[in-house]
Design a protein around this ligand. Structure first.
Ligand code: LMR
Length: 337
């Protein structure tokens, strides 16, 4: 009697333990939301920062309990030098590097770095939404990267620690921080200055301590990083573009449940429209704040000045035409009309 009682007790215990071992993890998996880490290098109050927060809000609204989006701004997790690697390793699921940061993965995206290619952001928009532009979102799938959207920041301005900055001669011999792009390197060499590739998070200190004399960036990045406090002049060159590609790990994306992928795609499309509408206003507002702060002088340029910058940077086009492809350059140029 007592033996059979003991056996029953033991088998009950075994059953309970087996249930706990096998059922609990399964149940936990079914309930736990998919955690999506979105890492980027700029501040929350920038076009990209706002886009990432909007995406979080929309994704969690559309997929309640199914996804949790964690946004890490301002290089909190790691800087721009590491983020593509981290995405491929599965440490994060979304990043949005500037289009200047992909040249290790495809030469085609270098088209966006050609100086004076786009007349304005409307032209950029037309190119990005064209079949050719949309095709570039898939240009890196063979490297495991899938582009989900383009996000705008805006046109680049040039800044230095010198009083005079109106013509290409004014930057001769100066050291400039650049993003890791061979096109941008060639652009500064064409100006007879010295480019230095550097992570975004290190730029303020490099400008402050004189490791570099200048940099190129959008009004929103200049203002949010306080570059205007450690530069003397910002010339309104509008000579190039900083826009982003939101990219994910293709394998991770393809492995998501279909309903989750659909919800995330919708959230991405809506967040893209939201952020792209905001970008110009944020940049205009930040330009005004820089002017009001009265620290760096804003140098406006005459038509002749701009023509001189354009001419000085022209050799870059020829140098990269082979890598990028003439057809792609022509397709981008067409968007100016
Ligand atoms: C930069 O490195 O200057 C920019 O690409 C930073 C950013 O993400 O806007």
């Amino acid at each position: 009697m007592s033996i059979s009682f003991k056996l029953n007790k033991r088998s009950l215990l075994c059953t309970a333990l087996m249930a706990a071992t096998f059922a609990l993890p399964g149940m936990a998996l079914a309930q736990a939301p998919i955690v999506i880490k979105f890492s980027h290098v700029v501040a929350d109050k920038t076009p990209k920062g706002q886009g990432a927060l909007k995406f979080k809000e929309l994704a969690e609204q559309k997929l309640p309990g199914k996804v949790q989006v964690q946004v890490f701004p301002s290089s909190q997790l790691f800087g721009d030098a590491k983020e593509l690697e981290a995405l491929l390793l599965g440490d994060v699921q979304l990043i949005a590097p500037s289009l200047s940061k992909f040249d290790r993965y495809t030469k085609k995206i270098q088209v966006f770095d050609l100086p004076f290619l786009f007349d304005d952001l409307a032209a950029v928009d037309r190119f990005q939404s064209s079949a050719t532009g949309q095709g570039l979102l898939k240009a890196m799938t063979n490297r495991g990267l899938l582009g989900l959207a383009y996000w705008h920041n805006g046109m680049k301005q040039l800044s230095t620690n010198k009083d005079k900055l109106a013509r290409p001669d004014d930057v001769k011999g100066l050291k400039f921080r650049i993003q890791p792009s061979d096109v941008l390197e060639a652009q500064f060499r064409a100006l007879n200055s010295n480019p230095q590739k550097m992570a975004f998070a290190e730029v303020y200190q490099a400008l402050q301590t004189g490791v570099v004399d200048g940099q190129e960036n959008t009004w929103s990045n200049i203002y949010s990083q306080k570059f205007h406090e450690v530069q003397k002049t910002i010339a309104e060159t509008n000579h190039g573009l900083i826009d982003y590609m939101v990219v994910t790990n293709a394998k991770w994306w393809d492995g998501l449940p279909a309903d989750v992928r659909k919800g995330l795609s919708e959230a991405m499309a809506e967040a893209t429209a939201y952020a792209n509408k905001l970008a110009s206003d944020i940049n205009d507002g930040d330009k005004k704040k820089i002017a009001d702060a009265g620290k760096a002088k804003i140098q406006s340029l005459s038509k002749d000045d701009t023509a001189a910058w354009r001419k000085a940077m022209e050799p870059v086009w020829k140098k990269f035409e082979g890598d990028i492809g003439r057809d792609l350059i022509d397709a981008a140029l067409k968007s100016n009309q």
